[in-house]
Design a binder for this molecule. Structure first.
Ligand code: ADP
Length: 250
C-alpha cells in the first residue's frame, strides 16, 4: 500500500531523516517506534505531505506521490491524526464529525448537489453517518456536548471518528495513547482493531506505549538517527540489542 524508498529530509544542514526505507502492507497495523529525535514525526510529515523530502520516493497505492500536498493525499485516502487532537472546541461532538470535508464516495455526492433538495439529502446522509460513527465509538452520550469539554481519551476517539467520516484507506496515528486513561485506552485499541479487521483500514502508528504496540502492531519498525534500525514482530524488535542501545543513548 505504501512504499518509502531512501527518504531523506534535511533541515538547514541537519539530516532528520536519513535514507529511510520500508513498506506498509495493505491491512496491516505498523508500529513506528524509536527514541526521541529518531525522526518519526518528520517521517509522518513526509508521508502525509506536510513536508517535501529532500530526496527519495514515496509510493502510495502503486503511484508516485512524492511531494504531493496533504490535501491531495487526503483525497486519495491517506489521513493523518495528531498527537494533540484538533477538534473544534466550540462545536459539538456531532458537529465536529459533520465538519469533516467529504472525499471518495462522498465527494461525487457533494459535487453533484444541484438543488436545495439535494443539499438537504446530502446533509441528512452526512448526519446519518456521523451518528453511526458515534455509535461505533460509543460516544452518543456526548453527541451534543461541546468537543472542548471532552476528556483526552474521548477527543482521541473523536479524532478517529473524523477519519471514519472520510472513508480513509491509510490512517497515520500520532501517539494515540498519549493523555488517555486506561479504560478509554482499551476502547481506543478495540476500535482500531475493529476498523483494521472488519473495515479494511491500514494504520501506521507512532507510539511510546509499548503495551499498545505489542497488542496492536505487526510489524514494528524501529527508527534511530533518521533511518530504520530493524523491523519485525514486537518480540524480535524489543529483544534486539541495537534497539536497547538506541533507547539507552536517548
Ligand atoms: P521523533 O519524532 O522521533 O522524536 P523528530 O522527527 O521530531 O523525531 O525529530 C528528528 C530530528 O529532527 C530531531 O533532532 C529534531 O530536533 C529535528 N527536527 C525536527 N523538525 C525540525 C525542524 N523543523 N527544523 C530543524 N530540525 C528539526
Amino acid at each position: 500500500m505504501l512504499e518509502l524508498d531512501q527518504l531523506v529530509m534535511d533541515f538547514s544542514g541537519f539530516r532528520a531523516v536519513n535514507g529511510c526505507s520500508f513498506k506498509v502492507e495493505k491491512g496491516s497495523i505498523t508500529g513506528l517506534i524509536g527514541p526521541n529525535g529518531a525522526g518519526k514525526t518528520t517521517l509522518f510529515n513526509l508521508i502525509a505531505g506536510a513536508l517535501k523530502p529532500t530526496s527519495g520516493c514515496i509510493r502510495f497505492l502503486d503511484q508516485n506521490v512524492t511531494g504531493l500536498s496533504s490535501d491531495a493525499l487526503f483525497h486519495r485516502g491517506l489521513v493523518r491524526t495528531f498527537q494533540i487532537p484538533h477538534e473544534f472546541a466550540r462545536l459539538t461532538t456531532l458537529e465536529n464529525l459533520m465538519m469533516v470535508p467529504p472525499q471518495q464516495a462522498g465527494e461525487n455526492l457533494f459535487a453533484n448537489w444541484l438543488s436545495w433538495g439535494k443539499v438537504k439529502t446530502g446533509e441528512a446522509l452526512v448526519e446519518k453517518k456521523a451518528w453511526e460513527t458515534l455509535e461505533f465509538l460509543e460516544l452518543t452520550h456526548v453527541a451534543n456536548e461541546r468537543a472542548g469539554n471532552l476528556s483526552g481519551g474521548q477527543k482521541k476517539l473523536l479524532e478517529l471518528g473524523r477519519t471514519m467520516m472520510t472513508d480513509a484507506k491509510l490512517v497515520l496515528l500520532d501517539e494515540p495513547a498519549a493523555g488517555v486513561n486506561r479504560t478509554l485506552l482499551r476502547k481506543l485499541e478495540e476500535k482500531i482493531q475493529i476498523l483494521n479487521r472488519d473495515r479494511g483500514y491500514t494504520f501506521i502508528l507512532i507510539e511510546h506505549d509499548m503495551e499498545m504496540i505489542e497488542k496492536l502492531c505487526h510489524p514494528v519498525v524501529c527508527m534511530a538517527e533518521g533511518a530504520v534500525l530493524i523491523q519485525g514482530d514486537f518480540q524480535t524488535v524489543r529483544s534486539d540489542s541495537r534497539v536497547l542501545e538506541a533507547y539507552l543513548g536517548e
